[in-house]
Ligand binder design. Structure first.
Ligand SMILES: [Fe+2]
Ligand SMILES: [Fe+2]
Length: 183
């Protein structure tokens, strides 16, 4: 007899992914779709919101003065960084040339340090996301988005530093037995 499947159990994909077990190809696809695309959406939105809040509340003592300009700088730095990953480093990794990419990887890692410093400055400008009493909806949306950007960028950098850029991380679909002499 057939049984109707009415299970409402969550799909297994809802569990957090263990990226240590992912291939470089899977990691790169995830980084591009989840973070590179998202940063290119969220930063222009936040710049527009920051300009509005800074203009409307220019006289408020807690206004995040200088935030829009800082986000413009962050977008430019991130865009340049992501293009280097997309056009130079990620294709090398996908061709199995991670061991030849020591130079580009160290450049990307030092830019990640600069991104973390930019995040610290961003959080200082928004007073560690402390909203003033009776903040308007735009101000609330701005700080919610800034918090999301902080979380996204930190996780983006963590995945690249801890997994994708590590020489010992999974280096593609083909496990190496060592018998080929590393070729
Ligand atoms: Fe990236
Ligand atoms: Fe990166």
């Amino acid at each position: 007899m057939l049984h109707a499947h009415t299970s409402n159990q969550p799909a297994p994909q809802q569990h957090p992914r263990d990226w240590a077990k992912a291939t470089d190809k899977e990691l790169i696809a995830h980084v591009l779709e989840r973070y590179h695309v998202r940063h290119r959406e969220q930063l222009p939105e936040l710049i527009g919101l920051a300009e509005k809040v800074e203009r409307v509340h220019a006289e408020h003592p807690d206004v995040p003065a200088g935030l829009a300009a800082h986000l413009v700088d962050m977008l430019q730095e991130l865009e340049s960084h992501m293009q280097k990953e997309e056009h130079i480093l990620f294709p090398m990794i996908l061709r199995g040339q991670k061991n030849m990419a020591v130079g580009p990887i160290s450049v990307m890692e030092s830019e990640h340090v600069q991104h973390m410093e930019a995040l610290q400055k961003m959080l200082m400008l928004v007073h560690q996301l402390q909203l003033p009493e009776a903040a308007c909806n735009s101000w609330r949306a701005l700080y919610a988005g800034v918090g999301e950007l902080r979380d996204d960028l930190m996780e983006h950098i963590r995945l690249e530093n801890e997994f994708l850029f590590k020489q010992s991380a999974s280096s593609g679909e083909h496990g190496c037995c060592g018998g080929c002499g590393g070729r």
